[in-house]
Design a protein around this ligand. Structure first.
Ligand SMILES: [Zn+2]
Length: 124
């Protein structure tokens, strides 16, 4: 069973894009081109990354977490500080986008919640 099949069963409303390849065993071939993070219905979260066979919460440095939120990616380079965690930093383009309604508040809350669970000491 493919990763995206499992994800789609966990989250019926999501329906990851599945590329159909005709003449090849009749199975859909899922091609993941970007890392994505999803909120699961039971309150868990799932990160789907290309090149990572397993799925689940992966350990990632705080500074990289925002890169897994596709809608934040275009704003990150506009932050005043290149190590911005998008919490209380001045000149944060991500927070500005949240306040402007360009980034979904629920997604930002998910980001901040996950960020709080990351122990920086693991990455020394
Ligand atoms: Zn920021």
């Amino acid at each position: 069973m493919g990763k995206s099949t499992i994800i789609n069963q966990l989250m019926p409303g999501l329906q990851l894009k599945t590329k159909q390849v005709s003449g090849w065993s009749g199975k859909g071939l899922h091609t993941t081109t970007f890392a994505e993070m999803f909120d699961l219905p039971n309150g868990g979260r799932l990160i789907d990354t290309p090149g990572v066979r397993e799925f689940g919460i992966v350990d990632i440095p705080k500074a990289e977490l925002s890169h897994y939120f596709l809608e934040m990616q275009e704003y990150i380079p506009q932050c005043q500080f290149n190590n911005c965690l998008h919490l209380d930093e001045p000149g944060c383009a991500v927070k500005a986008a949240v306040e402007a309604g360009d980034i979904d508040l629920d997604r930002y809350v998910s980001y901040a919640t996950i960020l709080a669970t990351i122990n920086e000491n693991d990455y020394d």
